[in-house]
Design a protein around this ligand. Structure first.
Ligand SMILES: Cc1cc2nc3c(=O)[nH]c(=O)nc-3n(C[C@H](O)[C@H](O)[C@H](O)COP(=O)(O)OP(=O)(O)OC[C@H]3O[C@@H](n4cnc5c(N)ncnc54)[C@H](O)[C@@H]3O)c2cc1C
Length: 500
């Protein structure tokens, strides 16, 4: 699929699908090589999932976006574009349960102390029970965790949040996922340390996990991508907004034109010599015209996603809690996480007397929450904040809602095989390259998307780089995978029913 062109630079015209981190980085790299390109972006703002929305001057992310990378090239691009607007922030994120805050990652002694004597006793008894009468089977997440920590601790700190994020019962999630994610936590050792004087905390660990630091653009991640778009425009590289690529016309697998639909609903054809796609792989396969064989489309349809809603609420309170974000483990509410945007950057909030929260709901496109009206979702958010005793209802002044489809590409048991088959098929298209998160169906951060984009652009400039072989060593992740350390075979829960 690498498409090192033989045409002269000025004879080339690259069509870039998507104005997220991958699409804009590809355009930037092409601009550095003087290769003409145009970006088509379906949305009204750039940045994709890393966009920053704005409502009445209040800015918010789709999930907080930390800027962290070990790839110098990526860090350099961020620094060059943002300069002093890339600020260093300290991180605090905790678990909120039963009106109290607990350390994240969970520390047994902190949990026991915080829950009070009665609950701590229940936890310890249930732990002893699990040690004496463990579940014989350890096939699922629930059995694995409750065998090690007892049912009660599992129920409070593992079950609810995991089920909220992944939308399936813990009995359906394989035990190996728990084994990969939950390390270095020993209830008995923690109690012993507390009773016999050794500090319950490993100070080094506190430094790296809790009081972490990260870079963040002063006005949110969208600031990076707005600036990138402006720089490109000054160089004559256009990003055409609210214009969706709906079909890719090809002649015997050489793509000739992209059919784009603008905000007026009118379709037109855009000719190109090279095509770079960050649109979801499944949608791309369906956009090929003539269509791929039915078996290829059936394969594409196996790719799955998890979707995401942010309810942004303006709160009449200058200082709610010190965390950048908190995890909500309480089962009574549907919300999974709360971002406190002012703690990401004070400039996200125009009125210092107020705060802005992002309430996060992990959903499936088309489900009850997804189809609820914005007003109902805002009311739900306000009700749940009051129910959690975090913000009284009368302090919620206003709000807005963003639905982000395909926020998470899902790694199920079949995904690797599916992607392999689709990649094989796509090698027939010499002038099409896939890049980015949903473009390659890879569950990764901005830096990975950016590197795949740079590779794809350099291939057009004559290099021969494998966009599928980008390996960004990650130490720092969006939250649902905070403890995973490897890229590639990333740990994402897999339904047992599919595995067995
Ligand atoms: C909750 C959450 C938290 C995250 N936190 C972090 C974090 O802390 N740090 C970090 O670095 N990363 C984080 N990420 C990941 C980050 O958002 C992505 O890695 C990054 O946005 C991927 O960039 P992309 O360009 O590959 O894809 P996207 O961001 O998905 O952009 C693709 C773009 O293509 C457009 N598009 C799609 N189809 C078409 C079409 N047919 N025609 C035209 N345009 C189209 C879309 O509108 C979109 O703008 C997080 C993600 C989530 C969901």
């Amino acid at each position: 699929m690498n498409s090192a062109g033989t045409a002269k630079r000025e004879d080339r015209r690259c069509i870039i699908i998507g104005g997220g981190p991958a699409g804009l980085t590809a355009a930037l790299e092409l601009s550095r090589m003087d290769i003409p390109a145009v970006v088509f972006e379906a949305d009204a703002i750039v940045g994709g999932i890393a966009q920053t929305g704005e409502y009445k001057g209040y800015r918010y992310d789709i999930g907080g976006h930390r800027f962290f990378t070990k790839v110098d090239m990526v860090q350099k691009i961020w620094e060059e574009i943002l300069g002093d607007d890339l600020v260093l922030r300290s991180r605090l994120s905790r678990i909120y349960y039963n009106d109290k805050f607990f350390d994240y990652p969970l520390r047994p002694m902190n949990a026991l102390m915080g829950l009070g004597l009665v609950e701590a006793t229940r936890i310890l008894l249930s732990y002893v029970k699990a040690r004496i009468f463990p579940s014989r089977e350890e096939r699922n997440f629930e059995q694995w965790v409750s065998n090690r920590f007892g049912w009660r601790l599992y129920e409070i700190f593992f079950k609810t949040y995991t089920e909220k994020v992944w939308g399936m019962p813990c009995t359906e999630i394989g035990a190996d996922w728990a084994a990969q994610r939950i390390k270095n936590m020993d209830l008995l050792k923690a109690v012993k340390h507390a009773l016999f004087g050794e500090g319950a905390r490993n100070k080094g660990e506190v430094v790296t996990t809790l009081i972490d630091e990260f870079h963040y653009p002063r006005l949110g991640p969208g600031m990076m991508w707005d600036r990138c778009r402006e720089i490109l425009a000054r160089k004559g590289y256009e990003t055409i907004m609210e214009t969706r690529v709906v079909r890719l016309r090809h002649d015997d697998h050489r793509i000739l034109t992209a059919v784009v639909r603008g905000p007026d609903g009118v379709e037109r054809e855009e000719a190109g010599s090279h095509f770079l796609s960050s649109m979801p792989m499944r949608t791309l396969l369906h956009a090929l015209d003539p269509s791929p064989p039915p078996a290829v489309l059936a394969c594409a349809d196996k790719l799955k996603y998890r979707d995401f809603i942010t309810v942004m609420l303006i709160i009449d309170d200058p200082d709610l809690f010190p965390d950048n974000w908190i995890y909500i483990h309480s089962p009574e509410v549907k919300l999974g996480r709360i971002q406190n945007f002012k703690n990401w950057s004070p400039d996200m909030v125009p009125d210092p007397a107020r705060s802005a929260l992002g309430l996060e709901y992990f959903v499936q496109e088309g489900d009850g929450l997804w189809t609820s009206s914005d007003a109902d979702l805002i009311a739900l958010g306000a009700r749940e904040l009051a129910q959690l005793d975090l913000v009284p209802r009368e302090k919620v002044l206003d709000g807005c809602v963003v639905r982000m489809p395909k926020a998470y590409p899902v790694y199920d048991q079949e995904y690797k095989q599916t992607i392999g088959a689709l990649r094989d098929y796509l090698t027939r298209f010499p002038n099409l390259q896939l890049m980015g998160r949903n473009g390659q169906h890879r569950y990764n951060n901005q830096d990975h998307s950016m590197v795949t984009a740079v590779y794809a652009a350099r291939n057009i400039g004559g290099a021969d780089l494998d966009v599928w072989d980008v390996n960004v060593e990650e130490e720092y992740h969006e939250e649902v995978r905070d403890q995973d350390k490897r890229y590639g075979d990333r740990a994402v829960p897999q339904p047992l029913s599919r595995r067995d």
